[in-house]
Design a protein around this ligand. Structure first.
Ligand code: NAP
Length: 274
């Protein structure tokens, strides 16, 4: 019984105790006609995210082998894939991972689907694209999945005072979900995904860190402190201030290029299929 002992009470003993324990719950469930999870106090959630580990190195691997393997996992319902790296040069590994990402498709929807807390950061581009209703639909779908969604409003986002509030009110975004900058900023370190939609200057970390920048000292939304940042914009054009944004090059940031309305609609469609 004690051979292979590792933990204080012994691995084998604990495995045996656990086996007997779950067997007793099973018996009780059968006797009372109730599922074991109900006996244990009820279900905590109806879905459990799972990932698959795959893409092991193989002799004579061909590029389309990776795409085929990815397609197989997607067909089985997996949306998070863990890839082996470290056995090749960093460049060769990066190329392999790139091929897999391409085969898997829109990872923004996947990132959102498995987040617990999402903060939407609207800016001028959202107004240009008139994407407010689509953003509201996306937020509703995330909320239905149990994800906490709020909107962080910068006082000069857009082109006139109160621009974002007017825009979001038009889409009947519930008022308690709107957070002013002072309230929103402390929450970013606890945020899984900051979804920046057509905002640029108001998220530029150069305002905090580059004394030479024309916007140095301007209060910004600290989206870069979120676990992941996704920026929806059409290309690499600057915002109103005409300056580059170092946020776009950070490791935790991803850019989704396209008109904000089209991108939000695409992500919404992808999410529905997850
Ligand atoms: P921003 O810095 O002007 O950036 C807006 C971004 O939206 C751009 O980088 C643009 O990039 C993107 N965009 C434009 N059309 C889009 C579309 N159809 N779909 C997706 N993205 C689109 O905006 P912000 O972050 O809201 O900051 C506001 C700026 O305006 C600040 O500099 C502020 O000082 C200034 N301002 C504000 C007021 C006010 O009262 N609120 C008044 C005057 C000036 P792409 O072109 O690459 O898509």
């Amino acid at each position: 019984m004690v051979r292979g002992t590792f933990w204080s009470t012994g691995q084998v003993v604990m495995s045996a105790v656990a086996g007997i324990d779950i067997a007793l719950w099973d018996l009780k469930g059968k006797a009372t006609g109730r599922p074991v999870y109900a006996l244990l106090g009820g279900a905590l959630r109806s879905r459990v995210p799972a990932y698959v580990t795959g893409f092991y190195y193989r002799e004579g691997e061909r590029p389309d082998d990776l795409a085929r393997e990815a397609a197989m996992y997607l067909e089985q319902g997996y949306r998070t894939l863990k890839v082996k790296v470290g056995g090749l040069t960093p460049e060769a590994d990066a190329e392999r991972v790139g091929r897999i990402r391409k085969a898997v498709g829109n990872d923004v929807a996947i990132m959102l689907a498995y987040a617990r807390r999402v903060v939407v950061v609207p800016g001028y581009g959202l107004a240009v694209a008139q994407a407010q209703h689509d953003v509201r639909a996306l937020a509703d779908l995330l909320e239905e999945r149990g994800i906490d969604v709020t909107y962080a409003i910068h006082p000069v986002a857009g082109r006139m005072p109160g621009h974002m509030n007017v825009l979001l009110a038009e889409a009947n975004v519930p008022y308690p979900q709107l957070k002013e900058m002072e309230e929103a900023n402390p929450e970013f370190p606890r945020t899984d995904v900051a979804l920046v939609i057509g905002a640029n200057d108001v998220t530029n970390p150069a305002a905090r860190s580059e004394p030479g920048s024309p916007i140095y000292g301007m209060p910004i939304l600290d989206v870069d402190r979120a676990t992941s940042v996704v920026v929806l914009k059409r290309g690499m054009s600057p915002g109103f201030a005409g300056i580059d944004n170092p946020l776009f090059y950070m490791d935790n940031a991803a850019l989704l290029f396209g008109d904000a309305k089209a991108s939000v609609t695409d992500v919404l469609g992808e999410l529905k299929s997850l």
